[in-house]
Design a binder for this molecule. Sequence first.
Ligand SMILES: Nc1ncnc2c1ncn2[C@@H]1O[C@H](COP(=O)(O)OP(=O)(O)O)[C@@H](O)[C@H]1O
Ligand SMILES: [Mg+2]
Length: 339
Amino acid sequence: MIKAEGVEKAFGSTRALAGVDLTVDSGTVLALLGRNGAGKTTFVRILATLLAPDAGRIQVAGVDVVHDAKTVRSLIGLAGQFAAVDETLSGRENLVLVGRLYGLPRREARARASEVLERLGLGDAGDRLVRTYSGGMRRRLDLGASLVGRPLVLIMDEPSTGLDPRSRIELWSLIDDFIKAGTTLLLTTQYLEEADRLADRVAVIERGRLIAAGTPDDLKQRIGGDVLEVRATSASDVERLVNLLTGLGAGLPVADMRAQCVTLPTSERVQTLLAAARRIEESGIPVADLGVRRPSLDDVFLTLTGAGGAATKRPEPRLRPVPGEPSLEPAPNARRVGS
Ligand SMILES: Nc1ncnc2c1ncn2[C@@H]1O[C@H](COP(=O)(O)OP(=O)(O)O)[C@@H](O)[C@H]1O
Ligand SMILES: [Mg+2]
């Protein structure tokens, strides 16, 4: 449904995209995962015909985004990081307006607006001015605007960035509904948990290049085996623990300064755990926790980018699942202790 080949874009001397190839199959969800400035929005803007690439090409359902931008626009729906809705109108009026911009007759635009409001749980709030909406409601309305044209492909640029925890959970369950309905979705995110939770396939972008792609499980398997994790009691001990653990396990230790953790890939769980425990005890460095667990997407990202804790953002504050809501925990191993 989406096919990108060798997409390049520079802004002055900044190479925002340095040759990106990716494909998204019909009815699947791809998460383009990367930190701030990685090139996600630039890719989305080219895909959505809002920006011309310097080189390469993107096709949506076989239609070229540069040569036939108009057709592509009729196939896609775009929801952005910043809600693009008019505050001085009601939610319903916003959606009818979008429908009219799509060229729908007034009756049809009204019918679709009502349908979308219901679907997004905004039925009761539909006739209130958007000015009175919460952040989560605005984001849902923005998403609604991208649905009015019944797009074949939905594109969401950092849909949950800036949302409070409850709105994020609501948004995820809404996205689940689109997924069940068979929508093809490309979403960008800085949140590993979001990619893990929603995507069939994840493409990791860093400085305008894809550095890895696969299913969340594929990516986790790249780590090979398990992960030993040590949590320090203070940030100043993290470096010492890295030095202490170097040479153990099946690779180099990685520090996560934010979580005050050091992780180490291992294929010999018990041996590595015992050896690490011995070294830690002899060194006298106090630790808050020590254990071996399955790898998470966090580990993949840290290993791929070789960076410390600043590499990724996680939803904050730490959340407990709300009773009756879908669990926030994508997998038992996907959240780092103490993060
Ligand atoms: N219009 C622009 N003019 C100049 N530089 C830009 C522009 N848009 C993006 N960039 C730069 O391109 C790089 C990628 O940006 P962007 O695609 O917005 O990343 P992301 O969405 O992953 O945070 C960044 O270094 C950013 O500063
Ligand atoms: Mg962006």
